[in-house]
Write a protein that binds this ligand. Structure first.
Ligand code: PLP
Length: 383
């Protein structure tokens, strides 16, 4: 199989698997236990925490492990908003963007139903927010601004450093979902002055079911799950094998950021080849600063009408090539992508889009094999 769906999830790196294995067999202690087995587990969790912290230039004590980035996003928003509701009740306004992951957008809708004021910023045709819109949106009652670092569908990179400045100048906190950016761009919490930052292991060749939230010291925070673990910020016995895997993946990811130039060359070759081989195809998000691994392309039929990309996806799948629909939606159904429609695409254009996402394991040979499929696919679909 040629796997070009790395923004959905990535294969586990062999070195990550190796690091996890002892913790799936002999090393099974509970980090809260006072005996040697417990102490060993506690040490392993501590080392992994330091590795994840190093990836984003944070202090280990400011990293909280969660069961997913979905949970980390919920923890960031709910943990701060609920704490602020007690400390500064006048701040009941959340600002976010139309291109967030559903884990943020669905929660934002729920918060609105519960009485918080919510502003969802639009994006331009490249899938990027305008700082002027953010400046207009942030008011003295704004508690939190949440802007994702890079979008999972188009790869569009957002101006998070400037967004943090705007939020903080008005006394609001700033959170960024850096799930897709980590390991692909240099991510440092101090470079953008983030108060909170979300990560997920399985997008960087780590295991599924483990995320992390950076919470800067001093940020008002009320835990969602009570318990003594994670310095009383998230109860529940730690998932030691997954945390150790996350640590190993983070160390490797820190090194792969330096290799991102090679990944971009490969992505560009794929993108140019697809565009050349398919008349009427266009890059969604063209002109934006983009992640080096992501290409979102919309396809037209020979008459220039938006194609049903699902048919193309299925044909690629039958040829052993895994890509995804730009139209994959929050519920996994057939709704047009909220990201692409926010960029101004019609529902039909959104449904005509495919996302290709590469990883450090993608090769030039794989890219050529994919490109070799396209003339025949075009001929068949055009027939
Ligand atoms: N945020 C972004 C930008 C994502 O792309 C994803 C995964 O698709 C998530 C959050 C959720 O990650 P997890 O699968 O760890 O809940």
């Amino acid at each position: 199989m040629i796997y070009l769906d790395n923004n959905a999830t990535t294969p586990l790196a062999p070195e990550v698997r190796e690091a996890m294995l002892p913790h799936l067999s002999g090393e099974f202690g509970n980090p809260s236990s006072p005996h040697a087995a417990g102490m060993a587990a506690k040490r392993a969790v501590g080392e992994a925490r330091a590795r994840v912290a190093a990836l984003v230039g944070a202090k280990a004590a400011d990293i909280l492990f969660t069961a997913s980035a979905t949970e980390a996003n919920h923890t960031a928003l709910l943990g701060t908003l609920r704490a602020l509701a007690m400390e500064r009740p006048e701040r009941r306004h959340l600002v976010t963007t139309a291109i967030e992951h559903p884990s943020t957008l669905m929660l934002a809708s729920d918060l609105e139903r519960q009485g918080w004021r919510v502003t969802v910023l639009p994006v331009d045709g490249t899938g990027t927010i305008a700082l002027a819109d953010l400046r207009d949106a942030v008011t003295p009652d704004t508690a939190l601004v949440s802007v994702l670092w890079a979008n999972n569908e188009t790869g569009a990179i957002q101006p998070v450093g400037a967004a943090a400045d705007i939020a903080q100048a008005r006394g609001a906190l700033f959170h960024t979902d850096a799930v897709q950016a980590a390991g692909r761009l240099p991510i440092k919490v101090d470079a953008v002055n983030a108060d909170l930052l979300t990560l997920s292991a399985h997008k960087m060749h780590g295991p599924k079911g483990i995320g992390a939230l950076f919470i800067r010291k001093g940020v008002p925070f009320a835990p969602l799950i009570h318990g003594h673990q994670e310095r009383h910020r998230r109860g529940g016995t730690e998932n030691v094998p997954a945390i150790v895997g996350f640590g190993a993946a983070a160390s490797r990811a820190a090194a792969t950021v330096a290799e991102a130039g090679g990944l971009a060359i490969l992505r560009d070759r794929l993108e140019r080849g697809v565009l050349a081989g398919w008349p009427g195809s266009r890059v969604n998000g063209e002109g934006a600063a983009r992640l080096p691994n992501t290409s979102n392309i919309r396809f037209a039929d020979p008459q220039g009408r938006p194609l049903d990309a699902e048919e193309l996806l299925m044909r690629l799948d039958r040829a052993g090539i895994a890509v995804s629909m730009g139209a994959a939606c929050a519920s996994g159904g057939n709704e047009p992508s909220h990201v692409l429609t926010a960029m101004g695409l019609s529902p039909a254009e959104a449904a005509a889009s495919l996302r290709f996402s590469l990883s450090r394991y993608s090769t030039a040979e794989e890219v050529e094999s994919v490109l070799n499929e396209f003339p025949a696919l075009y001929a068949r679909i055009a027939a």
